[in-house]
Design a protein around this ligand. Structure first.
Ligand SMILES: [Zn+2]
Length: 349
């Protein structure tokens, strides 16, 4: 369930004059992709990762023990400690960390506004006194993406992604020996001297794409989704594949639609558990559909159909948490001068 803050009521008159639509579309074309990415949830983390200093143990220790340093706490189930009002991360000061999580290793994340940020893994998902003693609550990352400020949501995503990778990198994938974490937690080195491989945090690239054909866009749904929910098509990039080839392959596999051209839109960290979503827009060669086994349905929607279907509840689109929302927003703006945020109905998933 998403927080109530996500629910908005459909506007009764979302259609805009054509001149305004054209102006909006023109303005959109000038927006750099970096600005588009910053607009995505989990992508607003203004943090200096100081990655070149992770091997400087004295620097890391000095920053860890500074009075201003703060620690992001994440449980094995991926939930983080937030404040009682659920409006921000409940970051620990050094004294709090030492008192409650003194045995847990800490991992350097970076610097923001002269504050050093570290991640620390809570040892269990069990109910325990830490949250109540520190006036905090545990929150999952999806809820945090919509409820917390951009910096906090991004810091949570970063800490969660790093800690999840560490939980899967305790043994060498080449020889099976235990690893030790080095570079302030950002590398895992095999402890067998005969092997000694260094493993890096894993990120799985996945494309997500809105495909247009004439005045329609292509959306699909999986059988496991809530009723009437449709979204843009998506899939993982395979070894030896360009992003553009992944777009063409995934769209064809899932819908039978042949992509003519595609362009990069924006990216979004998506640590569920380890993805990077790479958003694309694309144009189809034609409208022929042949829905593949991954989808229950795929179909073309005109802007008018989206407006009407959202209004009568026969269509539910993804929440703003996902870059899918941004891609549909982009397409509606460029095609019809519509603002998706004014069309949305309350969502409950
Ligand atoms: Zn090894």
């Amino acid at each position: 369930m998403l927080p109530a803050a996500d629910a908005t009521t459909a506007s009764p008159s979302p259609l805009r004059p054509r001149a305004l639509a054209a102006a909006l579309a023109g303005e959109r074309l000038t927006v750099p992709t970096s600005a588009r990415s910053r607009n995505n949830v989990f992508a607003g983390l203004a943090l200096d990762r100081a990655s070149e200093r992770r091997d400087e143990q004295e620097f890391i220790e000095t920053r860890r023990s500074a009075a201003t340093t703060r620690f992001t706490v994440v449980r094995p189930d991926g939930k983080a400690l937030v404040d009682a009002a659920r409006r921000g991360l409940r970051l620990l000061a050094e004294a709090e960390r030492a008192a409650w999580l003194g045995a847990a290793p800490v991992w350097y994340l970076g610097e923001a506004d002269e504050v050093a940020h570290f991640a620390v893994a809570h040892p269990s998902d069990e109910e325990e006194p830490l949250a109540s003693a520190l006036a905090g609550q545990w929150m999952d990352l999806r809820a945090a993406g919509l409820a917390l400020p951009a910096f906090d949501a991004g810091l949570f995503a970063y800490a969660r992604g790093l800690l999840h990778w560490q939980s899967r990198a305790r043994f060498c994938g080449a020889c099976g020996s235990p690893t030790i974490f080095v570079a302030a937690g950002h590398k895992a080195r095999c402890t067998d001297p005969a092997c000694g491989i260094v493993h890096f945090p894993r990120t799985d690239p996945a494309i997500i794409v809105i495909v247009g054909w004439r005045d329609s866009c292509l959306l699909g749904r999986q059988a496991s989704w809530p009723p009437n929910r449709y979204s843009t098509l998506a899939g993982f990039v395979e070894p030896g594949e360009t992003l553009e080839d992944a777009v063409r392959r995934e769209v064809f596999e899932e819908s039978g639609v042949v992509v003519a051209e595609c362009d990069y839109h924006s990216s979004q960290p998506w640590p569920f558990p380890a993805s990077l979503m790479l958003g694309f827009t694309a144009e189809a060669q034609g409208p022929e559909l042949r829905v593949g086994p991954e989808l229950e349905a795929a179909r073309w929607f005109t802007a008018d159909e989206i407006v009407r279907s959202l209004a009568d509840g026969s269509l539910v689109l993804p929440p703003p948490l996902s870059v899918s929302f941004r891609l549909i927003e982009h397409w509606l703006r460029e095609t019809a001068g519509l603002e998706l945020s004014e069309l949305r109905r309350p969502v409950s998933f």
